[in-house]
Design a protein around this ligand. Structure first.
Ligand code: HEC
Length: 154
């Protein structure tokens, strides 16, 4: 008897929780906020590298770690576009519906950012300003390409 009561207590709580939050998991708003913050972090890290280059590009560890932050954050960003977080969800987002209708292309665009920023981390360690500048440009091109196709506010 006691066992049944305990079971009921547990499942009733689960049922109530499910009823109050039908879309289990984080809300669309919090997911959108997290990915916007992630992109800001990526942008900030990119700026740190640009600033280094502008001032002579002497601080290799700063540039390497900023590029690593870009790659690691991009890996997390890939997970922050679940179904239901597009413009149709009533949330404020610049993400275009094409992300969900052409997911393979979007994922490939994110993978290009991950690949180019990973390469940027390696090149940044060389201390060769011209090579770093070229690789930063290649990385920046992956941002622009994805924004053009998948972001409303260009
Ligand atoms: C695979 C696609 C993709 C790539 C690659 C990408 N972005 Fe974005 N970015 C987006 C999308 C989609 C949004 C809109 C997010 C939203 O509003 O929900 C966005 C938004 C942003 C924002 C605005 C965040 C805000 O506060 O609203 C910034 C800044 C940004 N990206 C910077 C970058 C930089 C810098 C890079 C490259 C280093 C980059 N992004 C690469 C897709 C991408």
């Amino acid at each position: 008897m006691t066992k049944i009561k305990i079971l009921c207590a547990v499942s009733c709580v689960a049922l109530l929780a499910a009823a109050s939050a039908p879309a289990a998991g984080p809300s669309a708003d919090s997911v959108v906020a997290a990915r916007k913050a992630g992109f800001k972090k990526i942008g900030g890290a990119m700026k740190a590298i640009r600033d280094q280059l502008a001032s002579g590009g002497t601080n290799k560890p700063v540039m390497v770690s900023a590029a690593q932050t870009m790659a690691a954050t991009a890996r997390e960003q890939a997970k922050l576009f679940p179904a239901g977080t597009g413009p149709g969800a009533g949330v404020k987002t610049d993400a275009l519906p094409a992300i969900w209708s052409d997911r393979a292309t979007f994922d490939a665009a994110m993978n290009r950012l991950i690949a180019e920023s990973t390469k940027l981390a390696t090149v940044a360690g060389s201390g060769d300003s011209a090579a770093i500048t070229a690789q930063l440009k290649a990385t920046g091109a992956t941002c622009a390409a994805c924004h053009k196709q998948f972001r409303a506010d260009n």
